[in-house]
Design a protein. Structure first.
Lengths: 309, 401
């Protein structure tokens, strides 16, 4: 099992004729059981194809060609056009939108999220690399070309959630090397406002029987970790969580942003120190180094199994 | 991107929120002219992008235009927290009856903007929220539907405010909420929002922050305010080293090799990408290393760009060696970064094997990259060496002292 996507998931790529999107399409088609990319959209390019995927002018044409609802879309259009593209996907009944584009102003993201809520759809990102179910499907650039993704990701019991796309792969690779595979890894994006936070993905992992533990990568800035800590405490989650916090040096530099747009420390609650304390209070183990994560995860899984029997 | 107070006042005034008669002066002479026009007691306020100007003596009072000129001269020469003022704001001194607070910020958890309103203005809102939570009212609002005035009214009325006050405050908070969205602000704050003796309300101080990502589409407002593209308005001014980093990044549009921040250590860093850079910078420090800089490379930069960044870091005074490290790459090519950093060493007359303390970038095209590194005798590591382990190896070579 997995969350968000599985081998039957159909999706389109909006902005499919862009250089990065062409690569991303190839990677997804090649990976695992082969993604079911049922179309691509670039206005004015109807009739072309990208690695065999037909290109349309509108999402509606792609849906019509497919002959039924399409599950998802990967949006890779420039920031000034992203909101329009996401609205188009949502209004054509697409329920999972992965936004790769970065540098989108928060006002636009808030509008996309609000419309997604009204349409009972989910947004992942923006500024993310997407979702991967090891050996099955990847939706987005996560892990890179199929051959490289196969080196880093393997199937198993760990759900991975990360604010950094690159670190999703770094942590999964470390888990894989230690014999701990991943149920699903999600790059949620590095911006201040994102479609799906840790706490919003937890119920999905909680409901996935294959997932036995969660590993998260986190950074200073925002209140998402406090939200997760609250969720874990309130829901008595069955899943142990191991966190890694990067950017500890930023605590000495308030008002400056490093790494991702969302990392700016605006208040005391945004600092690494404060977040580590919040996570620890909720029973979430914060690893000092990434290389320690597999051993902690294995120990936590064994502990919970022992407590359950 | 933070605005100066005089710009923030112009923004609220443009949105139809009343302000006192004021002017911006860059010289004592200009300050005198503004004071003459105001024809009454004035306040001289330093225009700096930092807090604590009251404590530092950056706010002075004057009864006459002569005194205003003298005070302006003093404030213009006063450095506050390392910042020299851009000018002074000469403001009429108003007889204030009561001070309120009005603000709008983003709530990243609800993913909506939130209005904040308090009848205890003039002090830091976080302090009020902590000590007098019943004096702070909040109200989230939609970004999809047009803002409607009742939403502002409901927030203000929830504090028990009624009568003329409620009816005069409502349009002010409503206009603040609208300008927050229209101008892509991340913070729009009027503090204090003052009620004068005659009952009128004015914004006596305003603080605005615009989202950097929105600058391209806010050109009209920025032009109107005279804010050029070169003004980054970061928490501290960019150093020449950091500006040189931006130039490297602007060489071509392929990938990123920039976001340079200067530190004063001996280990030059060529690191990436976003999260990887944060992790690696922490790791170097955790092992007692002293980074010479922070930076980010990623998104598949060209050889030229990787070379330019490496050269910049290598030439920084005090740098002994560089560490080239990234989290596993999928888009950026290992061989391209390897060629770039080796080229940088050679062109500067260094032996890459000597100058590159460690090269740890696993991922796309790693076989090709490792072959090049081996040829030049550079110490490299694949994914079996953790980010932390690579950082430790680099620090060991340059020393912690």
């Amino acid at each position: 099992m997995s969350i968000l996507v599985d081998e039957n998931t159909t999706f389109i790529v909006q902005g499919i004729t862009g250089r990065e999107a062409v690569n991303l399409t190839r990677e997804c088609l090649d990976y695992g059981k082969g993604a079911k990319i049922v179309g691509g959209v670039t206005p004015g390019r109807r009739g072309r194809d990208v690695h065999g995927v037909p290109v349309f002018d509108t999402v509606a044409q792609a849906v019509e060609h497919h002959g039924g609802p399409i599950d998802g879309s990967v949006v890779t259009v420039p920031p000034a056009f992203t909101k329009d593209a996401v609205f188009e996907a949502l209004e054509n009944a697409i329920k999972l939108v992965v936004i790769v584009t970065e540098r989108i102003p928060r006002g636009d993201v808030a509008q996309m999220v609000e419309l997604a809520r009204e349409r009972e759809a989910r947004i992942i990102g923006p500024n993310c690399l997407g979702v991967i179910v090891p050996d099955v499907i990847k939706m987005g650039g996560i892990g890179g070309p199929a051959r490289d993704a196969a080196k880093s990701y393997s199937p198993g019991p760990v759900g991975v959630i990360s604010r950094s796309g690159g670190m999703t792969t770094e942590m999964s690779s470390t888990l894989t090397a230690a014999g701990l595979g991943q149920s699903t890894a999600v790059s949620i994006g590095g911006d201040a406002i994102i479609g799906s936070s840790y706490a919003e993905l937890m119920p999905l992992f909680e409901a996935d029987p294959e997932t036995e533990a969660i590993v998260i990568y986190t950074e200073p800035g925002g209140r998402m970790e406090a939200e997760l800590a609250r969720w874990v405490t309130e829901h008595h989650s069955r899943l142990p969580i191991v966190a890694f916090m990067a950017g500890r040096f930023m605590d000495e530099m308030p008002g400056m942003s490093f790494g991702h747009a969302g990392t700016i420390v605006e208040g005391k609650e945004d600092t690494a120190t404060e977040k580590i304390a919040r996570l620890a209070e909720a029973g979430i183990v914060v690893a000092e180094e990434i290389s320690q994560i597999p051993a902690i995860v294995a120990e936590q899984i064994a502990e919970r199994a022992g407590a359950a029997s | 991107m933070r605005f100066y107070e005089y710009e923030s006042r112009a923004i609220v005034a443009k949105a139809g929120i009343p302000v006192t008669k004021h002017g911006f002066a860059k010289t004592a002479l200009e300050a005198r002219e503004i004071a003459e026009e105001i024809a009454g007691p004035v306040v001289i306020k330093s225009q700096v992008l930092t807090g604590g100007r009251m404590k530092a003596g950056g706010v002075q009072f004057a009864e006459t235009p002569d005194e205003a000129a003298r005070q302006a001269e003093h404030v213009l020469a006063l450095e506050i927290n390392g910042h020299m003022p851009r000018g002074v704001l000469v403001d009429s001194r108003a007889a204030v009856k009561h001070e309120y607070y009005a603000g709008v910020v983003w709530d990243g958890i609800r993913k909506q903007p939130v209005m904040l309103f308090s009848d205890m203005g003039g002090i830091d809102i976080e302090e009020v929220a902590e000590q007098h939570p019943d004096h702070v009212a909040r109200g989230h609002f939609s970004t999809l539907r047009p803002f409607s005035d009742w939403q502002a009214k409901q927030v203000i009325a929830s504090l028990g405010i009624s009568g003329t006050e409620l009816n005069r405050l409502t349009p002010i908070l409503a206009r603040l909420a609208r300008l927050f969205l229209e101008y892509d602000m991340t913070l729009a704050e009027i503090n204090p929002l003052s009620q004068l003796e005659d009952g009128a309300f004015v914004a006596l101080d305003a603080h605005m922050d615009m989202e950097n990502e929105a600058r391209p589409r806010q050109q009209e407002l920025l032009r109107e305010l005279g804010v050029g593209d070169e003004e980054t308005r970061q928490a501290r001014e960019a150093t020449p080293f950091e500006l040189a980093g931006e130039e490297v990044d602007a060489q071509d549009h392929r990938g990123v090799a920039g976001n340079v921040t200067e530190f004063d250590g001996n280990l030059g860093l060529v690191i990436g990408a976003g999260g990887g850079s944060l992790t690696l910078f922490d790791a170097v420090r955790a092992h007692g290393g002293r980074p010479a800089n922070y930076c980010e490379i990623g998104g598949n930069p060209s050889v030229r760009k990787a070379c330019g960044l490496a050269k910049l870091v290598l030439q920084k005074p005090g740098v002994d060696r560089i560490a080239v490290m990234m989290s596993i790459v999928s888009n950026t090519r290992v061989d391209i970064v390897a060629r770039g950093v080796i080229k940088a060493c050679i062109e500067l007359g260094y032996d890459p094997a000597e100058k590159i303390a460690i090269f740890r970038i696993p991922g796309a095209w790693e076989e090709e990259g490792f072959k090049i590194l081996a040829k030049y005798g550079v110490d490299y590591a694949d994914r079996s060496v953790s980010l932390d382990g690579a950082a430790a190896r680099a620090v060991e070579k340059v020393g912690t002292g």
